[in-house]
Design a protein around this ligand. Structure first.
Ligand code: NAD
Length: 476
């Protein structure tokens, strides 16, 4: 049994109420999570406030050394972290081991070294004056993260917040708290100064109602659903607290006649179903140009069938369980709707039993010929369900890509880069890939448009978000 306690002021703190933490692949009880509320938020604010003067005045190199130590300690326990994440999320251990936990380490190391990439603004004005922009930490900031890539997204927020000299109150998802708790053990082990990073556990609304409106919180960096993001923005506006929102997506993978069809189709399947379709960037709408439609469908269905739900702890498993019972029920509702509407299900479509795992498994599902206005093409399902439709020409493709309230990402599969660039200018998403998917360079901007995001992440965006600036002008 794991007891997930808060980490406040360098100490592990309990609360009177707890929640159950369930392994979604087996329905077994993993442990109990302490539920933070007003008392714990206030304790965390006090600890973060006390730590701020010391932490903000450390040199960049000193703060950097703590981030590097965190990364080093996670790396030493890579196996433990991967196994813990797999039990918490139901994702295949191969994913945790080779993607999620290494990327968490990389996030910490990247920001530990980020001064190498960061640029300060300096202008030599024509009228014999220098202008210099000074960036300062904000104070206490909140970092709120979701369950789908628990430590990966958690570290992506706390690392820039800490390196820029802020003290942090972080809130991992109550669905997947274990790796954040393990990180708090590491913070204690490496003697991170108390109060620099405080981690609160439990249901978001119970914590959010005190955190989002607290006047001492200077910024909230949130990744999660559009519904909760909008609520946070509304509540935070009462104090003009800065918000960065990374939210949902309904992304298109667009396969043109002239692409490398085999490669495009394989990547379309990876884009649709990685992490059981539970990645904000997943390409859940596959659009195929009509000339190659039949051929592409065959490859896509064949590749999809290679993904077989299995015991997430077995190394050979390439497809895991959904994250929770509630999420599983939500996906089944979408599938029932597709059946009621008599849409053609090419593969998947029903829950599935996995040997020795009594959990929440649905195989990757492809649904054909769903109208673009249908909720299966408009709402974020965030699970192993993708639609497939055809298009005639560039204009038809563009209309479908942009026919969404979301605007996170899009991938175009075509060797005609002139066309790709022309389309990219008209596509309403924050990220556009040509002949690739989910390719990330941490120096570049990241985030969505429309209902997918507000204030981006990425090196310069995060430095800007987590600091306040002053302009100093001096005449010579
Ligand atoms: P969610 O919005 O339910 O929860 C996200 C976090 O917010 C959790 O830690 C939760 O406890 C907390 N929370 C809930 N209510 C809150 C409140 N009132 N105040 C403060 N915090 C609150 O999202 P989820 O179900 O955990 O994650 C799935 C969603 O995240 C999907 O919509 C997915 O697209 C999105 N996501 C987006 C990105 C991105 O970068 N754009 C990345 C990953 C996931």
């Amino acid at each position: 049994m794991n007891w997930i306690k808060h980490y406040i002021g360098g100490e592990f703190i309990e609360s009177p109420k707890t929640l159950k933490n369930i392994n979604p692949a087996t329905k077994q009880l993993l442990g109990e999570i302490h539920q933070a509320g007003e008392t714990e938020v206030n304790m965390a604010i006090e600890a973060a406030e006390q730590a701020f003067p010391f932490w903000s005045q450390l040199s960049f190199e000193q703060r950097s050394s703590y981030l590097n130590k965190m990364a080093h300690e996670i790396e030493k326990r890579l196996d433990d972290f991967a196994a813990a994440e797999t039990k918490d999320t139901g994702k295949p251990i191969s994913t945790s081991f080779s993607v999620d936990i290494p990327r968490s380490i990389k996030n910490l190391r990247f920001y530990a070294n980020s001064l190498n990439y960061h640029k300060e603004a300096f202008y030599n004005s024509p009228d014999q004056a220098y202008n210099l922009t000074l960036s300062e930490p904000l104070g206490i900031v909140a970092c709120i993260s979701p369950w789908n890539l628990p430590l990966y997204l958690f570290t992506w927020k706390i690392a820039p917040a800490l390196i820029t000299g802020n003290t942090v109150i972080a809130k991992p998802s109550e669905m997947t708290p274990i790796t954040a708790f393990m990180l708090s053990e590491i913070c204690q082990k490496i003697n991170l100064p108390p109060g620099v990073l405080n981690i609160l556990h439990g249901k978001g609304d119970q914590i959010g109602k005190y955190l989002n409106t607290h006047p001492q919180i200077r910024a909230i960096s949130f990744t999660g659903s559009t519904r909760v993001g909008k609520q946070i923005a509304k509540e935070a506006s009462s104090n003009l607290t800065k918000v960065a929102l990374e939210m949902g997506g309904k992304n298109a993978t667009v396969i043109f006649n002239d692409c490398d069809i085999e490669r495009a189709c394989k990547e379309a399947v990876r884009a649709a179903f990685s992490n059981q379709g539970q990645i904000c960037l997943c390409g859940s709408r596959i659009l195929i140009q009509d000339e190659i439609y039949d051929k592409a469908i065959k490859i896509i269905v064949k590749e999809t069938k290679k993904l077989k739900p299995g015991n997430p702890l077995e190394e050979k498993t390439n497809f895991g369980s959904l994250v929770s019972e509630a999420h599983f029920e939500k996906i089944l509702d979408f599938l029932n709707y597709a059946k009621e509407k008599k849409y053609k299900i090419l593969t998947g479509g029903e829950e599935i039993q996995v040997e020795n795992c009594d959990g929440y498994f649905i195989p990757p599902t492809l649904i054909e010929d769903v109208p673009m206005e249908c909720k299966l093409n408009q709402e974020e399902i965030f699970g192993p369900v993708a639609t497939i439709s055809s298009f005639t020409d560039d204009e038809d493709a563009l209309n479908s890509i942009n026919n969404s309230s979301y605007g996170l990402s899009c991938s175009l599969w075509s060797n005609n880069h002139q066309r790709n660039l022309k389309l990219a200018e008209a596509i309403e998403t924050g990220m556009i890939w040509f002949n690739t998917w989910m390719h990330r360079d941490l120096r570049t901007t990241f985030g969505g448009l429309k209902n997918s995001g507000f204030n981006k992440e990425g090196l310069e965006d995060s430095f800007k978000f987590f600091t306040r600036t002053k302009n100093i002008c001096f005449k010579y």
